[in-house]
Design a protein around this ligand. Structure first.
Ligand code: SF4
Length: 907
C-alpha cells in the first residue's frame, strides 16, 4: 500500500467521521473539491463507504472557513492579526494567569476529531509543562464509560477484539448501538456475516432503530436497565453450566462477589424480565442464545456509555464474557464501538483528565516515568477536571482561561445553556477552529486560531479496533490555516518550553509518542507501538494501517487476553459487582416522559461539515422529536406538526415524528442542530448534567421531560444563492437551514402575517420579483431570477399547503429554466408532471420515499428489487435498513434470497 496510488493519482487517507475508521481514496479536482471513494485495501472497510463518507467531496470548499488569526479588540469586534501576534497574546495571557492563580486556573478542551499528534502535544503541554491535568475532550461524552469499564476489568483501557471477530461470530449482540446509522460500514459487515454464515443478531435498545430491523431478536428494554439484563445473564450462565470455570479460575478474580450481586439484581429470568420490562420469553430466548453460542461478540456504544451508570453497564457486559472465557478469541469478545474518528488516539496519548499519557495514570511510578521521559519537572500529579466538572469550575470562576480545540461544547455538552453562559465568564477564551462561526465561537471567544481541516492536515488516527491509519493532506490549506500540533507547539515555545516542543513535523511528534509508549514498558502496558518509534519521514508518509500493540521485536498481535495476561499486578481480570441499577431522576407529573438523544444517519456532530452537503441534507432535513403514537394522543401531538420539549434545563421546539419505534414514555431527539443552523433545536440544552461516578460521562439518554403541541399558522421555505438571515423582528419564527444544490435552503414556520414575509423578501432579493399572492387564502410565492435561473425564491402558505419543497428545490438546482418552467414555478408543482419524490431515503442516488413506496406498491417486495428498479441502496447500502422498513410497513414480502443478493452485491 502506498500513500498515493500511481494509477489513480489518489491520496490514501482516512474518513474524518466515525470510529469505524474507513480508508478513503481522495483525488483532488479543479475548483477545490475531490473525488472520494473507499480504499479497497483498507482492512476497516475494504472499499466500502457509508453515505457520510461518500459525500465528503461535497464538504471541502465551504465559504465559512476561518482563514486568519483573530483577536477581540477593545470595541468587542474580532480583528485579523498576524500569527506571531496571536500566539504571543495567548502565551502572554496564559503565563499571567498561571503566575497569578496557578496552573489549575487553565484548561484545555480537546476533540476526538483531532489527530493523535495534535492530541499528544496539547496533552504534553498541559500535563507536563503547565502542570495541570485540566485537559479533557469531547470523547468524555462519547466513550469514557467504556474506558473506565475496561480499566476496572482489565487493568488497562484495552479493546480485546478486532473487526474480523464480526465476520467470525455466530452471535452478534448489539447493546445501545444504532450501528445501522452510526457505524454503517461495520453494520453492513455484520449483515454480510448474518447472510453468508448464518450468524444471528440480537439488538438491545429502548428504541426500535433501523439496526433492530435486521435482528433475530429485539429486546426493547426499559431505559437504564442494561445492567439488570446482563446481571440476569450472568446468573443464567452460572446456573446452566455455561461458565468457563478454568478461565475464571486461572485468569480472573472477584467472580463470587459479582455473581452474588447479580443474583441480588436479577436472580432469575422472571426477575430479569421484571427489572427490564421485557417478557420472560424474550429474556429466556436471549439467555439461551448467548449461553449456547461460544462465538459471541457483544458490541456496545453510546446507549451504554452515555449514562450515569455507564461504567457499571460496561462491566456487567464484560462480566458475562469473562465468565465464559469469550474474550480475545476469534469471533468472541466484548467490543466497544467508538463514536469519533480518533477517540482511540486521544485515549492513547492520555487526552482525558484522569489519564496521564500513553495509557499511564497518576500512580507515583507512572508520574515519575513520564516526568523523566518528557524531562518535565512541573508534571501534573493528580487527575484534572472531567468535561462537565470543568465547565462547572469555569462557571464558578475557578478556571479563568480555556483553550477549546476542534469541538463545539456550547452545543454538545449537557445543560448546554449553562455551559455557554460559563464561557462568558472566562478571562481568556481561545478557540482553534475551522469555521468562522459556530455556537462556541459566538459565545464570546477572545482569540480565534485558524486550524487546518480534513484533507489539509496530516497525521494519524486510531479506530475502534486499535488500528492506526494515516490521514494525509491532499488539498492546499486555505488562508493562513495551520495544523493544530503546530499551533500548540508555537504557544509552548512562547511559554518557555521550546526544548521539549522542538517539533517540525507530525512525523516527529508521532515518533516521540511511539517512543513514550515503549518507554520502560516491557509488556507491562497494553499500549506499545515501539516498533514505529524510528519510522523515517518517508516511512511515516507511506505508513500502512497498523494495529497496536506493535512492540519492537515482537510478532503482530491481533487480540488481547486469549490466555489471560491482564494488566493488573496479578495479571488477572476483575469481575465487577455493579451497583443496583437506578436512574438518577424519576419522572414526575410535570415531567412525565424521558428524553433520549442521539444521531441520525446522514449528519455528524454539530453539522459544521455534513451540514454543507446537499446530498446529506436530503434525508432528515429538519430537527425533530420522535414520540410513540399513544403518547402523541395523550399529549395532543400530531405527526408532521410541531411540539415544544421542555426539561428542567431548557426547551426546544421541534418537528414531530410519531412512530411506534419509540417506546411508551420516551422521546427521542437528534443532537446535531445548533443555533447556527436552526432557531430552537439545540438539544444539548435539554440534557441533565448527571454524570457517571467512575467515568464522568453524562447521562444523555433519560432526562425527564414534558411535551406540548405547538402550532404555527404559516409554513414555508426559501431558497437562495447566498446565506439569508431570517426576519430579525420575528424571534418567534421557527426555522432550519438545509444545504441544497446551488445554494441555501430554509424551512420555516411562523405565526406572523404574510406582509412580513413580503417585505423581508424584498429586503434580501430586491423589488424585481415574480409574485403570486392569495392573501385571503394565506398564500404568498415569489422569486427573483438572474441569468435564466432562480436567484431567490420564497413560498409561504397555510400549514399543509406551503408548496412542494422537493419540486422547487429541483428547479432551483437547474442552471437555466425554460419560459414554461418560470411561469409554472410559482404554482409549486413540476411542469414535467412529475410528482415529488418525497423525502430522500437513498442519499447516494437521491431516491425519495414516495418513489420507493410507489415501487413497493407496484410489487417490489425486497430491498434487492428496489435496487434493481431504482438503484436505491446499491451504492453505500446505508439506506437498506430503511428500505426494508418501508417494505415491512407496506406489508410486502421479499422473495427468499433476494435480500441476500443485494447485501452481497453491495458488499
Ligand atoms: S462508516 Fe461512514 S462515517 Fe464511519 S468511517 Fe466509514 S465512511 Fe466514515
Amino acid at each position: 500500500m502506498t500513500a498515493v496510488d500511481p494509477t489513480l493519482r489518489a491520496t490514501r487517507t482516512t474518513c474524518p467521521y466515525c470510529g469505524v475508521g474507513c480508508g478513503i481514496l481522495a483525488t483532488p479536482e479543479a475548483g477545490g473539491g475531490a473525488a472520494i471513494s473507499g480504499d479497497p485495501e483498507h482492512p476497516a472497510n475494504f472499499g466500502r463507504l457509508c453515505s457520510k463518507g461518500s459525500a465528503l467531496g461535497e464538504t471541502l470548499a465551504p465559504d465559512s472557513r476561518l482563514l486568519y488569526p483573530m483577536i477581540r479588540c477593545g470595541k468587542g469586534t474580532m480583528e485579523r492579526v498576524a500569527w506571531p501576534d496571536a500566539l504571543d497574546h495567548v502565551a502572554h495571557r496564559f503565563k499571567h494567569i498561571v503566575a497569578r492563580d496557578g496552573p489549575d486556573a487553565i484548561a484545555f478542551y480537546l476533540s476526538g476529531q483531532l489527530l493523535t499528534e495534535d492530541y499528544y502535544v496539547a496533552n504534553k503541554l498541559m500535563k507536563g509543562f503547565i502542570g495541570s491535568a485540566n485537559v479533557d475532550t469531547n470523547s468524555r461524552l462519547c466513550m469514557s464509560s467504556s474506558v473506565a469499564g475496561h480499566r476496572r476489568a482489565f487493568g488497562a483501557d484495552t479493546v480485546p477484539g478486532c473487526y474480523e471477530d464480526l465476520d467470525e461470530a455466530d452471535l452478534l449482540v448489539l447493546v445501545g448501538s444504532n450501528a445501522a446509522w452510526c457505524h454503517p460500514v461495520l453494520f453492513q459487515r455484520m449483515l454480510a456475516n448474518k447472510q453468508q454464515r448464518g450468524a444471528r443478531m440480537v439488538v438491545i435498545d429502548p428504541r426500535r432503530t433501523d439496526t433492530a430491523g435486521d435482528a433475530d431478536l429485539f429486546l426493547g428494554l426499559k431505559p437504564g436497565t442494561d445492567t439488570a439484563l446482563f446481571s440476569g445473564l450472568l446468573v443464567h450462565l452460572a446456573d446452566t453450566g455455561a461458565l468457563d470455570r478454568d478461565y475464571v479460575e486461572r485468569h480472573t478474580s472477584g467472580f463470587d462477589d459479582a455473581l452474588a450481586r447479580a443474583r441480588g439484581i436479577a436472580g432469575s429470568i422472571g426477575a430479569t424480565a421484571l427489572a427490564t420490562g421485557l417478557c420472560e420469553q424474550d429474556v429466556a430466548g436471549f439467555f439461551q442464545m448467548f449461553g449456547d453460542t461460544p462465538r459471541v461478540v457483544t458490541l456496545y456504544s453510546q446507549g451504554v456509555n452515555q449514562s450515569a451508570q455507564g461504567t457499571d453497564k460496561v462491566n456487567a457486559i464484560i462480566n458475562c464474557h469473562l465468565a465464559t472465557g469469550r474474550i480475545g478469541k476469534p469471533g468472541a469478545s466484548p467490543f466497544s464501538l467508538t463514536g469519533q474518528p480518533n477517540a482511540m488516539g486521544g485515549r492513547e496519548v492520555g487526552g482525558l483528565a484522569n489519564q496521564l499519557a500513553a495509557h499511564m495514570g497518576f500512580t507515583p511510578p507512572d508520574i515519575d516515568r513520564v516526568r523523566r521521559f518528557w524531562k518535565a519537572p512541573r508534571i501534573a500529579t493528580h487527575e484534572g477536571l472531567k468535561a462537565v466538572q470543568m465547565f462547572e469550575a469555569i462557571a464558578r470562576g475557578e478556571i479563568k482561561a480555556l483553550w477549546v480545540i476542534g469541538t463545539n461544547p456550547a452545543v454538545s455538552l449537557p445543560d448546554a445553556d449553562a455551559a455557554r453562559a460559563a464561557l462568558k465568564k472566562l478571562e481568556l477564551f481561545v478557540v482553534s477552529e475551522n469555521v468562522r462561526s459556530n455556537d462556541t465561537v459566538d459565545a464570546g471567544a477572545h482569540v480565534l486560531l485558524p486550524a487546518q481541516a480534513w484533507g489539509e492536515k496530516s497525521g494519524t488516527v486510531t479506530n475502534s479496533e486499535r488500528r492506526i491509519s494515516r490521514q494525509r493532506a491532499f488539498l492546499t490549506p486555505p488562508g493562513e490555516t495551520k495544523p493544530d500540533w503546530w499551533i500548540v507547539t508555537e504557544v509552548a515555545r512562547r511559554l518557555g518550553f521550546g526544548a521539549a516542543f522542538d517539533f517540525s513535523s507530525a512525523a516527529e511528534v508521532f515518533r516521540e509518542h511511539a517512543a513514550l509508549s515503549a518507554f520502560e514498558n516491557d509488556g507491562r502496558r497494553d499500549f506499545d507501538i515501539g516498533a514505529l518509534k524510528s519510522l523515517s519521514d518517508e516511512a511515516f508518509d507511506a505508513m500502512a494501517p497498523a494495529q497496536w500493540p506493535a512492540r519492537e521485536n515482537a510478532p503482530p498481535q491481533q487480540r488481547f487476553f486469549t490466555e489471560g495476561g491482564f494488566f493488573a499486578n496479578d495479571h488477572k481480570a476483575r469481575f465487577i459487582a455493579p451497583e443496583i441499577p437506578a436512574l438518577r431522576t424519576e419522572t414526575t407529573a410535570g415531567r412525565p416522559l424521558r428524553l433520549n438523544t442521539g444521531r441520525i444517519r446522514d449528519q455528524w456532530h454539530t453539522m459544521t461539515r455534513t451540514g454543507i452537503s446537499p446530498r446529506l441534507g436530503q434525508h432528515l432535513p429538519e430537527p425533530f422529536v420522535e414520540i410513540h403514537p399513544d403518547d402523541a394522543v395523550r399529549f395532543g401531538i400530531v405527526d408532521g406538526g410541531f411540539a415544544r420539549v421542555v426539561t428542567d434545563y431548557g426547551q426546544c421546539t421541534l418537528k414531530v415524528a410519531v412512530s411506534e419505534r419509540q417506546q411508551h414514555g420516551m422521546l427521542f431527539a437528534p443532537i446535531h442542530w445548533s443555533e447556527a443552523n436552526a432557531s430552537t433545536a439545540r438539544v444539548g440544552a435539554l440534557v441533565a448534567p448527571f454524570t457517571d461516578p467512575f467515568s464522568g460521562q453524562p447521562e444523555n439518554k433519560a432526562t425527564p421531560a414534558s411535551i406540548v403541541p405547538y402550532e404555527y399558522v404559516f409554513r414555508g421555505f426559501a431558497l437562495s444563492r447566498t446565506p439569508l438571515e431570517m426576519p430579525a423582528e420575528a424571534p418567534q419564527v421557527w426555522w432550519t437551514r438545509v444545504a441544497v444544490v446551488g445554494g441555501y435552503g430554509y424551512l420555516f414556520a411562523d405565526n406572523g402575517d404574510l406582509a412580513r414575509w413580503q417585505s423581508w423578501l424584498r429586503s434580501v432579493a430586491g423589488d424585481d420579483l415574480a409574485e403570486y399572492k392569495d392573501l385571503g387564502g394565506g398564500v404568498y410565492r415569489a422569486a427573483s431570477f438572474a441569468e435564466g435561473r432562480i436567484e431567490t425564491c420564497l413560498f409561504v402558505g397555510p400549514a399543509r399547503d406551503a408548496g412542494d419543497w422537493d419540486v422547487v428545490k429541483h428547479m432551483f438546482a437547474a442552471d437555466r429554466l425554460s419560459d414554461d418552467q418560470r411561469r409554472m414555478l410559482l404554482s409549486g408543482k413540476s411542469i414535467d408532471g412529475l410528482a415529488s419524490a418525497g423525502p430522500i431515503v437513498c442519499a447516494c442516488f437521491g431516491i425519495g420515499r414516495t418513489t420507493i413506496c410507489d415501487a413497493i406498491a407496484a410489487g417490489a417486495g425486497s430491498a434487492a428489487q428496489i435496487g434493481v428498479q431504482l438503484k436505491a441502496g446499491t451504492n453505500c447500502g446505508s439506506c437498506i435498513p430503511e428500505l426494508k422498513r418501508l417494505i415491512a410497513q407496506a406489508g410486502a414480502v421479499a422473495p427468499a434470497g433476494e435480500e441476500q443478493k443485494l447485501a452481497v452485491a453491495t458488499s
